[in-house]
Write a protein that binds this ligand. Structure first.
Ligand SMILES: C[S@@+](CC[C@H](N)C(=O)[O-])C[C@H]1O[C@@H](n2cnc3c(N)ncnc32)[C@H](O)[C@@H]1O
Length: 366
């Protein structure tokens, strides 16, 4: 496939591998994983799509107004993005139209250094297999000049489908596209995505694996590595909105799914219903605070990996099998070593083409 380079390459912090052929990107990432984990992977799965694969993009708003992504290595500076190869041409059009809307209405972007301004983020969520699209506008406070219905009409007049618009109010110091208060402007709080035979709800405040095209492979790999016979009880820590909970519940006797974020736990409950799954106990709690006395454990922590407290508890509980799903092989390598387990099987899945990031699934045994 021929290389595509966007006009922001080199400045934007989004894709630092855009100038490398895809095979080279993958080779480099696989080499890094092998060095970190000291194991030969039994499978390497490239992404079926190398551009326009993300189901969610969080664009940051800044004074100007600018709207785009962080400058490489500078979280406080914003590249005013006109084109991006990660989500879709429609997502580009929505973001560029929103910048115009901000200009027309005098809506200031958020100044992250002085903590002043109105618009903090514009997120676009897309169901890649359903064609649904949710726009999430995160503001510091409500303002009558926002005119989100007017914005909806402007986008629709270009023929782009919008299923939902959600307003989020985020007055916190945490600088991410999440909001403590949500208001439905149009449509409903979630959109739908289909992965194989499973249906998932995508919600502005809940985590979802960002590449819809590699997710079926991730699920199938996780199931085949854990190799359940049907009657087992599985403890799943960091279960999010239930991406792995649902297929594992179909393969096991019972799943105890532990997730600390209330919105993700709420969406997980809805996802279970939607997929007619009943043998799951959902626990909204920190993984560090639950009993770990189970033989089969699934871990899928954030990039920072496991806390030392959780590692110590797992060392004591000594599960027979641990499936460790990770988007950061560095913390995964550290955690596996601290847990005192060995990698029995390893699969590498490229969830993140054009970037140095990579996903790994490791089956651990004592
Ligand atoms: C990488 S995501 C994985 C979610 C899910 N497994 C999936 O595939 O969609 C990590 C999840 O861990 C949750 N989380 C972070 N720290 C946690 C903790 N200490 N205890 C439980 N959940 C936690 C986050 O809210 C997030 O939903």
């Amino acid at each position: 496939m021929s290389l595509r380079i966007c006009k922001h390459f080199g400045v934007c912090g989004g894709c630092s591998y855009l100038d490398k052929p895809y095979e080279e990107q993958l080779e480099e990432k696989v080499r890094a994983v092998k060095e970190l984990l000291s194991v030969e992977p039994e499978e390497v799965h490239p992404s079926p799509k190398q551009y326009y694969y993300r189901n969610r993009m969080d664009f940051v708003a800044a004074p100007g107004p600018k709207i785009g992504l962080n400058v490489r290595g500078k979280w406080w500076e914003t590249v005013d993005i006109e084109e991006c190869l990660l989500q879709s041409p429609e997502s580009d059009a929505v973001r560029n139209r929103f910048r115009e809307h901000m200009r027309e209405r005098g809506l200031e972007g958020w100044d992250r250094i002085n903590r002043r301004g109105l618009i903090r983020f514009l997120s676009v969520l897309e169901g890649k297999y359903t064609g649904e699209r949710l726009i999430f506008v995160v503001v510091y406070e409500k303002n009558e000049r926002l005119g989100l219905f007017d914005f909806l009409e402007k986008v629709r007049s270009t023929g782009i489908k919008i299923t939902s618009i959600i307003l989020g109010i985020n007055r916190g110091v945490r600088d991410d596209a999440r909001a403590e208060q949500l208001e439905i402007v149009y449509g409903s709080e979630t959109i739908t995505e289909k992965i194989g035979s499973l249906t998932y709800l995508l919600h502005p405040n809940a985590f979802f694996q960002p590449n819809s095209y590699t997710l079926d492979t991730m699920i199938k790999t996780a199931l085949s590595f854990m190799d359940l016979k049907g009657g087992e009880t599985v403890l799943e820590l960091f279960s999010g909105a239930g991406t792995f909970t649902i297929p594992f519940a179909k393969a096991a006797g019972r799943v105890v799914a532990v997730e600390s974020d209330p919105d993700s736990a709420k969406i997980a409950a809805l996802n279970l219903k939607l997929n007619k799954v009943k043998n799951v106990e959902l626990v909204q709690e920190r993984a560090e605070r639950v009993s770990l006395k189970y033989d089969y454990v699934i871990l899928d922590p954030p990039r920072s990996g496991l806390s030392y407290k959780l590692v110590k508890k797992l060392r004591k509980a000594k599960p027979k099998r641990i499936l460790y799903i990770s988007c950061n092989p560095q913390t995964q390598a550290r955690d596996i070593q601290q847990l005192g387990y060995k990698i029995d099987r390893l699969s590498i899945i490229d969830q993140f083409p054009q970037t140095p990031l990579i996903e790994t699934i490791a089956l651990l045994k004592k």
